[in-house]
Design a protein around this ligand. Structure first.
Ligand SMILES: C[S@@+](CC[C@H](N)C(=O)[O-])C[C@H]1O[C@@H](n2cnc3c(N)ncnc32)[C@H](O)[C@@H]1O
Ligand code: SF4
Length: 300
């Protein structure tokens, strides 16, 4: 029986008698219905769904999105280490075909001996639907753990809020489990690590800064973005970076550009004299970013 004291309600659209209790739900909640604004069944259905979500949230574990820094083992935060110590299940993403997970190497010494690391595979594809399907499946794997009432972590290089797979995971997870509890532990981003490696400020006083995910920017927009800011950081450099280098050359900025490869990792390289020729040698594009400072790369 409902709080109104009534045992039954009436669906006017489908001429149906509906019991009013904790399972009451609108006959077709996703359909247009002109009776909806004043329908008691619909109201009770909404309240029942809200209660079930709240009860589920009470039982669910928390997902921790943990930024582990740029890959240098000394650049993981104390907060991340503390969190990792207490987790029994830690997820890490893994690009299909790539053997190692740098984030996993960084966290390994900080995990409890009984902790289990589960890898979530993904492919870097630009077909939004196919990409989302991969992350919906990965989100289901995380949701399974959370629904058992267990906390778990998801480790990501740099910071979880900057071009991280963590965003794709939680977007899908929230669709599947709207009341999921998520906490984010910030990490040192590649951008900060690279800028500090050069020993120059990334931006100063009134200067502006743009982060540009090059591989995902249309060539026509590139020029506009290059002109718009005093300082530029190019990430996600495409395998064919010649277009980008040519643009910088045209804008007279190539001598203000520095290419940083494998920042904070074995094999780290800083290339200052950029040209189409030196670019041919840069194989490891995924682990590269480029900093351009229009005022010049000089120490203040
Ligand atoms: C998916 S984004 C991840 C960014 C990360 N969440 C952060 O906070 O910096 C990956 C991009 O970061 C840059 N990157 C990642 N690792 C790097 C490294 N070791 N050295 C230089 N750039 C790197 C590359 O531009 C790459 O395309
Ligand atoms: S809102 Fe739902 S339950 Fe109410 S009349 Fe319409 S279809 Fe029936």
């Amino acid at each position: 029986m409902s709080e109104t004291g009534l045992e039954y309600g009436y669906c006017q659209k489908y001429n149906k008698k509906i019991p009013l209790d904790e399972n009451t739900e609108c006959v077709h909640p996703n359909e247009y219905c002109k009776f909806r604004p004043s329908c008691l069944i619909n109201e009770l259905g909404k309240e029942n769904r809200r209660r079930k979500r709240a009860a589920m949230a009470q039982k669910m574990g928390t997902l921790y999105g943990i930024g582990v820094g740029p890959g240098d083992p000394s650049m993981i935060t104390l907060q991340a280490i503390d969190c990792l110590k207490g987790l029994e299940i830690v997820f890490a993403s893994k690009k299909a075909g790539v053997e190692e997970s740098i984030a996993h190497t960084v966290v390994k010494p900080h995990l409890s001996p009984s902790a289990e690391v589960r890898f979530l595979e993904f492919k870097a594809i630009y077909d939004r639907e196919a990409f989302d399907a991969i992350w919906a499946e990965n989100a289901r794997k995380v949701a399974e753990v959370l629904k058992e009432g267990k906390d778990c972590g998801y480790i990501t290089l740099g910071d979880p809020s900057l071009y991280s797979t963590f965003s794709h995971l939680i977007r899908n997870l929230r669709k599947q489990e709207p009341s999921v509890r998520i906490e984010i532990i910030p990490g040192v981003s590649m951008v900060m690590a690279a800028a500090n490696l050069l020993n120059v400020p990334l931006s100063i006083d009134g200067e502006t800064l743009s982060l540009i995910p090059s591989a995902q920017i249309e060539p026509e927009r590139l020029q506009e973005l290059i002109r718009a800011s005093d300082n530029l950081v190019f990430m996600k450099i495409p395998s064919d970076a010649q277009e980008l280098i040519k643009r910088l050359e045209e804008e007279g900025l190539l001598h203000h550009a520095i290419w940083i490869q494998k920042c904070c990792l074995p094999g780290q390289r800083v290339v200052k004299e950029l040209s189409l020729e030196t670019l041919e040698e840069e194989q490891e594009r995924y682990l590269s970013l480029m900093i351009v400072k229009k005022g010049g790369i000089v120490n203040p």
